[in-house]
Design a protein around this ligand. Sequence first.
Ligand code: HEC
Length: 196
Amino acid sequence: MNDSQEPKDPLLLDHEADGIKELDNNLPRWWVWMFVFCCIHAFGYMLYYHVFNAGKLQAAEYAEEAAIGEKLKHEAQAKFEASLGSMEPSKDTVVLARGKVTYDTYCSPCHRPDGGGLVGPNLCDDYWIHGPKFADNLKIIVHGFPVKGMLAWKDMLKPEEIYAVASHIHTLRGTKPPNPKLPENEQQPEKPSEFE
Ligand code: HEC
């Protein structure tokens, strides 16, 4: 190919870099108008959000919505915690099935799938570290006992999930899984139910 014999394009500019040449085309009108519109819009945007601070930026909007969510969550938690004492374990199979899923996912690594105990205590016997009542179980799941390795679940599980998982572990009571963890009632602040 011999460039010198081709007629020169009138739009071709003089400069060249690494064999790349430039044509001096006019930009399409629609493109130019869009560019102008973007400039005007950007200017308005800057004034609205950054000069007059009239609108909320993304971070502020996020913080506002997160605060609303937190408030709703705290209200639900407070309502749940206030009613713990009067709750009875659910017998609803749907609730119990949900509780089992939660248990198998989050609790079984420490309490064993059958509740026999591993890192965490046996949940099937009558020896309770934090009290034998259903409400005692609910409280310890909600608030945990972090110094001894039991987490507080109230920020990880919804109230109905905590209720369901407590109802599920209630069904494990009285079952006799093989090789259970030995009773840990030496630390028990309340009498276990069998002494009552
Ligand atoms: C990281 C390990 C771990 C996980 C995960 C865990 N637990 Fe525990 N759990 C413990 C330990 C350790 C204790 C004993 C705390 C103590 O000695 O005060 C305990 C105590 C308890 C108690 C009180 C037992 C008693 O004798 O009073 C209940 C009820 C309980 N856990 C339920 C649950 C449930 C439900 C889950 C899942 C949502 C769960 N745990 C997840 C380690 C765990």
